[in-house]
Design a protein around this ligand. Sequence first.
Ligand code: UDP
Length: 239
Amino acid sequence: DEPSVKYKRVLLKISGEALMGDQGYGLHPPTVERIAREVKSVRDLGVEICMVIGGGNIFRGLQGSAQGMERTTADYMGMLATVMNALAMQSALESMGVFTRVISAIRMDEVCEPYIRRRAVRHLEKKRVCIFAAGTGNPYFTTDTAATLRANEMACEAIFKGTKVDGVYDKDPKKHPDAKRYDRVTYDEVLQKHLGVMDASAIALARENNLPIIVFSLDEPGGFRGILSGRGTYTHVGQ
Ligand code: UDP
């Protein structure tokens, strides 16, 4: 019995740290593979998938600039880190027979495609997983904002933000056992209560376009597919 899926096109956002497993840094290939399998199982339902992967497992601009590096240079390094993560995800997906394209906001023609909106849409229509790399291409932004931007441009029905916990809590559930999970929360509440879903510019951009953000746990096997078919726990961030 195939579950019924109400989504046609979605964007999955994961942080770079989701790819490092239990290590403190970098890429953990079995973890990359595990997430790739989650993506494949949703692709196999016929859902068109965009992905944005952060770079925090390798480099964060703010860390670099705290150590005296010029902020914009450090941010470019962070964006390059996201390209490495995108390539790792591409490799894992393609080894499973999933066709993909890595599409970079910073031109790197020998490595991946440049971002051309209509071309990316065409890839999605052909059921290729589009992995958007190099964030927005601009310093002072984050990959959360890049995810919101691309989801809007690609006309995704929602952003699925895969995290370590099954939704948005009023405080960190890993530290506070009495933390309470929200089933639904508005963009304004996220901003006012500083709920750590995504940074403020990403939330504002989602609000402006009424783009729902579904926060769910990526640690749950089959979680992504379950959520897309209406099972499991998650938080819906919306109007
Ligand atoms: N970054 C940037 N512009 C963007 C996206 C990312 O300058 O549009 C840089 C920024 O320095 C950031 C780093 O890339 O710290 C890695 O991205 P992010 O922190 O969003 O990764 P995540 O926390 O999701 O792993």
